[in-house]
Write a protein that binds this ligand. Structure first.
Ligand SMILES: [Zn+2]
Length: 220
């Protein structure tokens, strides 16, 4: 995609996050990989009234181009893109259920098979660090090892994907699973899936993806 299209896509997804209740006010931020850097939403601005010209470009070396300052969380966006080449887009929000669990500093265990979609048998909660710091970035990268999402203690969550569409899908999944886990905890202690049960779900997801791909290839 061209830079202008990516800027428009960031604005569109920022509004979609608001519309679906996954983000509120000016707290969240999102980015896409572009060239030797990233395009990211500006600091202190919400989705309302946001235009593609408000989006800021940040070089991997930290220099910026744009009319505003980049989001105060640009550091972990940059570090994730540098260290995880498979990701092309990152969404960070303080969505309610995921953030509630993050305030308990709880990992989300394999209580539901959909956890497998996020790359591992849990959603880890990164250790607490002040927002915008290198420590927070380091902690987030640790929690994201082998995963597409993590919680940030007393802060929020991060969801990543190969593009904005996937990152959005992952963000929805994190919030849905968080809500389910919170409700389950209110009712009692969840029965966790065994390692075997979880593996079976993982291989079914893997097989499902392959079947869909080969079907597409066959149709061409
Ligand atoms: Zn935040």
């Amino acid at each position: 995609m061209k830079e202008n299209e990516l800027r428009s896509e960031l604005v569109r997804i920022a509004n979609k996050l608001d519309a679906q209740g996954l983000n509120r006010g000016t707290s969240g931020n999102l980015s896409v990989r572009y060239g030797e850097g990233l395009l990211i939403t500006p600091s202190g601005m919400g989705a309302e009234g946001l235009t593609k010209d408000d989006i800021v470009w940040v070089n991997f070396d930290g220099t910026t181009r744009g009319r505003w300052q980049p989001s105060s969380e640009w550091l972990f966006h940059r570090d994730i893109f540098v260290q995880r080449p498979e990701f092309g887009a990152i969404i960070h929000t303080h969505c309610i259920a995921a953030t509630a669990l993050a305030c308990l500093r709880k990992d989300i265990p394999p209580f539901h098979y959909m956890i497998a979609l996020l790359g591992g048998d849990s959603i880890r909660c990164a250790d607490y660090a002040t927002f915008g710091t290198q420590d927070l970035s380091d902690n987030a990268l640790l929690a994201l090892r082998g995963r597409k999402a993590c919680l940030l203690a007393n802060h929020g969550m991060i969801a990543a994907g190969e593009d904005l569409a996937e990152a959005f899908k992952i963000a929805v999944e994190v919030e849905t699973l968080s809500e389910l886990y919170l409700r389950t905890l209110q009712a009692g202690q969840p029965v966790l899936l065994s390692a075997q049960q979880f593996q079976d779900a993982q291989s079914r997801f893997a097989g499902y993806g392959k079947a869909a791909e080969s079907k597409e290839t066959g149709a061409e």
